[in-house]
Design a protein around this ligand. Sequence first.
Ligand SMILES: [Fe+2]
Length: 199
Amino acid sequence: MAKRSNTASRRARACQALMDKVHAITATEGINPSTLHAIKLRLVALANRADLFPLDDFAMPVAEGRTHPLLVEDNDGHGLYLTISLPGKEAAAHDHGIWCANAVISGRERHDFYRRVDDGRQAGRAEVVKVGEVMVAPGSGMVMADHDIHATEVVSDHPAIGLALYGYALTRFPSVAWFHPDLMSVRATASRRHAGVAR
Ligand SMILES: [Fe+2]
């Protein structure tokens, strides 16, 4: 028990140190490709400390995936989560509307990246084309700008366990646009940007 609480407090300190570093990185330059890259490297370094994230501390998903908050900032700040995704879990192409970084503790997840090429004038219609892919595995990560589009699939035969850092907490997320590349359609979830929280 003492060991567990010791791990939890070390983990909390490490997560806070990461968040402090993220704010230091963005304080002067904001979010741009180079600061996002620096954030990704910091997140990968934290994920590499697997001893801070023992599976006993995090319940497994019943199906597909589960997200455990690690450090969620007040006042519309960032959200850092531990994510557990079961083998084969897929997410269709989507745009979060906010930047995010991922790093893997164990397992492997493929990210396919898309670019929207239509003019967006027709409601419900969208044309996206695949522009790249990244295999995220232990020791590596990926980062996306506010309106980048990705689709994901867990390709390891054991769960993909990772860290996800979002510019906004999941409870304060913008509308997420979900694309269907073959049907050339798009649908959007409701924004949570105006959900009631302490200001
Ligand atoms: Fe996503």
